[in-house]
Design a protein around this ligand. Structure first.
Ligand code: M6R
Length: 578
């Protein structure tokens, strides 16, 4: 969480207003406060709480450091916002991650004053207390004292450099001709340069306008330069009011995008899936995507184990050289997932990632990877990346018994359906439902088999963006407890398959008998429905098709309630703290 940007140039000064747009592009990582410091003869500091509403900051500089925060230690206050200024006002520092032993470090800082509660403010002053004339060497000596995770950037008065260090928190360098950029993510700079260096854990060093120095374990190291291939327009809202709606609409292209694959890579992964024990690991929506695909693997006679990444350590002893681990993540930076994979580092298992962000930590940790190819997903809610993950997993599962070509062709059949579901007409219809539900406090979603994960994903979408309490259950589960929650008028969204649907329809009836308002999502209208959302297409792809109208519903619920769908409260796009 938190977004870091550092800018340094040996030629042009950068307008602070432009720099603010770079910081703002990272506010999906955290948006409870922000700050900027820039160097003239002194360190100038501007900090505010809340989201960046206005990027129009006057002034310019060739050495700027900024941050957008997702609070961990200490509340949302100006004092806790970054950059932090050291007591002697010579160091300005931004930090992403958690310094776990900050209390111990603080106890060594006799005579220092602290205005906030953050580990990062302690870190800033700890650096001040240890820094010598040789900034780089003394900084290198401080790093082993830090326990926890960090991406650090700092500038020091009197020096034309931005120093950095990375451990378990993402940090990349943008390499321009006369300018260098330090950032949590390429999104902040890919309109300035497409050349990037992904830093590794343990890397530290500094950037100057015309040079980069990277060290690891005391030795200078060379890191490979990569080229960003993302289309800049994907990171802009264009005609849409919000990224969420734009990204929902972009799902019409997802199938074609995920099908841009190296067939040899896919067949070698499929061969291993046929012979090895499969573990699928992910969090949040990516986990729901894995659950949805699990049913397709079961149909193909293979039983994968699907585990939430944060619970994976208890299972890791069962992972060995006969295992293949499918790690699913949009960002490729989710720390729970990275941590899970670290726990099996020496197991001999093959790690295959399904990932959107190329060059991310997950990408680099994987033995093989399948890219989602859907371009940047800016809205905190996963929408197009969910469709991409499910599609890729279904493609793999399909290849167990079918050829790659057949499995691909099956997937392309749903493009027309996605087009219809995301069309303006369909959206209008779902918007009407959102009017009916806007004052709802509790809502339940149910489905059976593949539609059980659909119900979970639907509930996740609704709760995280509209703050309506929504829970997803398997149809068979409701009479084991949840049905006690049903009152007159409680909305229940029921995902009804085309075939073998008598049990889910009975569950809908059981809910309706207790007063529930039944919203059916299915190919046909059924008597039990009070409201019907028509979704046609094969049951096999229902986790994709039946989720889309609920993404749209969640979007309109947020908009109707005056909420920002792109940045729901308390959440961040990239969850890089445990
Ligand atoms: O980047 P990842 O796919 O690893 O992220 C995992 C979850 O944090 C993410 O899916 C989260 O649940 C989203 N907010 C869901 O919309």
């Amino acid at each position: 969480m938190c977004g870091i940007v550092g800018y340094i140039s040996n030629k042009e000064k950068l307008k602070l207003a432009k720099f603010m747009t770079m910081i703002k592009s990272l506010d999906y990582r955290g948006y409870d406060s922000w700050g900027v410091s820039h160097l003239s003869d002194k360190i100038n500091l501007i900090k505010e709480i809340g989201k960046i509403e206005n990027t129009d900051l006057p002034g310019e500089s060739n050495l700027i450091l900024g941050h957008t925060r997702w609070a961990t230690h200490g509340g949302v206050t100006k004092e806790n916002a970054h950059p932090h200024l050291s007591n002697d006002k010579n160091i300005s520092l931004v930090h992403n991650g958690i310094i776990e032993n900050y209390q111990e470090l603080k106890s060594k800082l006799d005579g220092f004053n602290f205005s906030g509660q953050t580990d990062s403010e302690v870190l800033t002053n700890y650096i001040q207390s240890k820094l010598t004339e040789d900034t780089l060497s003394s900084f290198a000596q401080i790093l082993p004292d830090l326990k926890g995770t960090y991406a650090i950037g700092f500038l020091k008065r009197g020096e034309n450099k931005i120093y950095f260090a990375r451990k378990d928190s993402p940090l990349v360098l943008g390499i321009g001709k006369d300018e260098k950029i330090l950032s949590s993510d390429v999104t902040s700079f890919f309109d300035r340069t497409k050349t990037v260096i992904y830093l590794e854990d343990g890397d530290y060093g500094y950037i100057e306008g015309n040079s980069v120095k990277i060290f690891n374990s005391g030795e200078e190291v060379e890191r490979k330069k990569s080229t960003i291939t993302w289309d800049i327009d994907k990171a802009r809202k264009g005609e849409f009011e919000h990224f969420m709606l734009k990204e929902i609409s972009e799902q019409v292209d997802v199938i074609n995008q995920v099908l841009i694959q190296d067939s040899k890579n896919i067949s070698s992964i499929v061969n291993d899936l046929k012979t090895k024990n499969i573990f699928m690991v992910a969090c949040g929506t990516s986990y729901n995507a894995a659950l949805a695909a699990e049913y397709e693997f079961l149909k193909q006679g293979i039983m994968p184990k699907v585990i939430r990444a944060h619970e994976f350590r208890s299972y890791s002893k069962f992972v060995d050289k006969n295992s293949i681990v499918l790690a699913i993540s949009q960002s490729g930076e989710t720390i729970d997932l990275i941590d899970a994979l670290k726990s099996i580092k020496n197991s001999g298992a093959e790690i295959v990632s399904i990932v959107n962000v190329q060059g991310s930590t997950l990408d680099r940790m994987s033995d093989k990877r399948i890219y989602m190819n859907v371009g940047p997903e800016i809205c905190v809610l996963s929408t197009k990346s969910y469709t991409a993950s499910v599609s890729i997993l279904m493609l793999l599962a399909g290849c167990i018994t079918d050829t790659y070509e057949t499995s691909k062709a099956n997937l392309t059949e749903i493009i027309r359906q996605i087009y219809y579901l995301t069309s303006e007409n369909s959206r209008k219809y779902t918007k009407e439902l959102s009017q009916l539900l806007r004052y709802t406090k509790h809502l339940f979603t149910i489905g059976r088999k593949r539609d059980y994960p659909t119900a979970m994903e639907a509930a996740l979408k609704i709760k995280e963006v509209s703050y309506i309490h929504a829970e997803g259950f398997a149809g068979g589960q409701i009479k084991h407890g949840p049905i006690a929650m049903i009152e007159n008028g409680t909305p229940c969204i029921v995902f009804v398959s085309n075939k073998n649907n008598s049990e889910i329809l009975s569950n809908a009836q059981e809910l309706k008998s207790r007063g529930a308002f039944i919203i059916g999502v299915s190919d046909k209208n059924h008597d039990v429905f009070d409201f019907w959302i028509k979704v046609i297409g094969p049951d096999k792809y229902s986790p994709i098709l039946r989720t889309i109208p609920i993404q749209i519903l969640a979007y309109y619920l947020a908009v109707l309630k005056g909420l920002d769908p792109d940045k729901p409260r308390n959440l961040a796009k990239s969850v890089t703290v445990k």
